[in-house]
Design a protein around this ligand. Structure first.
Ligand SMILES: [Zn+2]
Length: 269
């Protein structure tokens, strides 16, 4: 999966640090990150190249990343700003993951400029990655939205779906956890809402950070109690039961969805 950057180690611990000229710089424009291209590899600029204020982000195996607080004039007209989809699958993998994560945190800072309770300008906590309102004291941390993805089995068959819009390959039932429900209830509700199928025997498969929607994807395997499909047409265009032999071979296993589909095809789940 794309967050697997072994032997590199991601360290998200925050401290109020100041950059050195050689540290990696993350600059955002319109919810995209400035990326350099070197052949088939991506790169980021160095902090020493641009004289601006920086906020420490994280490190990857000792390589430190900083967020530029302002976009330097020299980059305002640059056209090499990339979104999450552009970064997905790029090499080196550890830098693509760092750029996506830097973009997510940078967007969170942008969204946390003003207090959602009283409307005053927020200030950075001196000790942690949090924004604090000096007026009312509200403290805001980066928000992570839980999303379930579930492989629904009927014995030797798997339930595959296609979204009504956007991603056009076969996928698994997925959806956001709602307020007040457990993650197991989310699995049951989403499968029933999208396909009309009731499920049981819910077990955890694995997880994946998903910066596209500021989410943590939680993968589950479960068994169908009934197999008649009634599609939620607003969400899905297709829902079918396929045998292991019929499961499409995945191009890669960068995503949790493709990892789970491939695991079923190979008889691992
Ligand atoms: Zn406030």
């Amino acid at each position: 999966m794309f967050q697997t950057i072994d032997p590199y180690v991601f360290d998200n611990h925050f401290e109020p640090r100041t950059p050195s000229p050689e540290d990696q710089a993350v600059f955002l424009k319109d919810r995209r990150v400035f990326v350099l291209r070197d052949g088939d590899r991506i790169g980021l600029p160095k902090c020493g190249e641009y004289d601006t204020a920086y906020t420490y982000l994280f490190s990857v195996s000792g390589i430190r990343f900083f967020l530029g607080k302002e976009l330097p004039d020299a980059l305002k007209k640059a056209d090499s700003f990339w979104g999450y989809r552009d970064l997905f699958g790029q090499r080196p993998e550890w830098l693509a993951f760092a750029a996506m994560t830097g973009l997510q945190i940078g967007c969170w800072y942008e969204d946390s400029t003003f207090c959602g309770r009283c409307g005053n300008r927020m200030a950075h906590s001196p000790t942690e990655r949090a924004m604090i309102c000096p007026h009312c004291g509200r403290t805001v941390y980066p928000r992570i939205n839980p999303v379930i993805i579930t492989a629904v089995r009927d014995g030797e068959r798997l339930l595959l779906t296609k979204y009504a819009r956007g991603f056009d390959r076969y996928a698994l039932v997925a959806g956001f956890a709602e307020v007040g429900e457990t993650i197991e209830e989310t699995v049951k509700r989403e499968v029933f809402e999208e396909t009309g199928v009731h499920v049981k025997h819910i077990s955890f498969f694995g997880s994946q950070p998903w910066p596209h929607s500021e989410s943590l994807l939680l993968g589950f395997v479960c068994d169908a109690q009934d197999t008649s499909i009634t599609l939620q047409r607003s969400e899905l265009s297709e829902g079918i039961w396929v045998t292991r032999e019929q499961v499409p071979v995945q191009e890669n296993t960068l995503s949790l969805t493709s990892t789970m589909i491939e695991a079923f095809r190979l008889g691992k789940i």
